[in-house]
Design a protein around this ligand. Sequence first.
Ligand SMILES: Cc1ncc(COP(=O)(O)O)c(C=O)c1O
Length: 330
Amino acid sequence: MGLTAFGRERIATLPTPLHDLANLSRELGGPRIVIKRDDLTGLAFGGNKTRKLEYLLADAQVQSATHLITAGGIQSNHVRQTAAAARLGGMQAALVLTEDNPEPDVQGNYLLDLMLDADCHIIPSSADSTAKMEELAADLRDAGHVPYVIPVGGSSPVGALGYVSAMLELNNQLWEQGIHASRLYHAAGSGGTQAGVVLGSALYGGGYDVIGVAVSGTADDKIARCAELTAETAALLGTENPPGADDVSVDDTQVGEGYGIPTEATLEAMKTLALTEGIFLDPVYTGKAFAALLADVRSGAIGNDETVVFLHTGGTPALFAKRAELAPII
Ligand SMILES: Cc1ncc(COP(=O)(O)O)c(C=O)c1O
């Protein structure tokens, strides 16, 4: 079964631009670097989750869902885009937000969730967000509604289809612009983006190595999760001989103290891209991914004759909630 057999709600502004970072390449005295602007997918300040939500929303509609339920941290980009997607689908959003401060700052993504009138449930970070989502779903069913539960990060096989189709879009742009890329870097969290990217570039002949840059955890865990999700997504599509764990690369050198904690290199990467190209990264995901790319340019691991793609997955609304962390670069 091909990708076109799956329902898709066109809620993203596509294709997203693919363009050179010429000032940055010049400043680094390094390779050609092109950026795929999935921070500009359009919906509610954009980001990678909107591509996943195109397929998830369509699946929810087939099931006549009245509510989308999902979970994430208080500054989750996925949660914010899901709350907006629910609005486009004529549904309500119920959100489980993990946060230890019971009265968090109304800032960044959380502020946008509230503007979208999402039903927000704040639980401590030690609590089980999946169980809380199931509890909300049961309450909604009892009240005669039809909830559709989206796992953290939208990382289900249906969600990963968004990045399978993104690779078709990217590979067409590379071909049209005559670009022969050798590598693609992107931030890896719950694994759905990388599963779609790995499967899509295998299906549509990307010809470049995909490097998922871990924003938390270890490379081994991310590889195992990505391979599992790649296999499930391939099964959904009916793809034979899908890529396995040996075909998945994860760089975990930028994790630092963990999820949501930027390192010095994260901040330096954010500042460098802002000053050379006027493009903002975020301190949780894309700053770490871009730091990995810069480290590989500076160490010579990426040769000057190569062309590298950076997939910008968004996350910029979180900037406004992270003033303290950003203090060293403002
Ligand atoms: C800005 C940004 N980049 C990257 C990711 C990682 O995507 P995935 O969870 O599919 O690995 C996320 C996930 O929330 C994100 O918000």
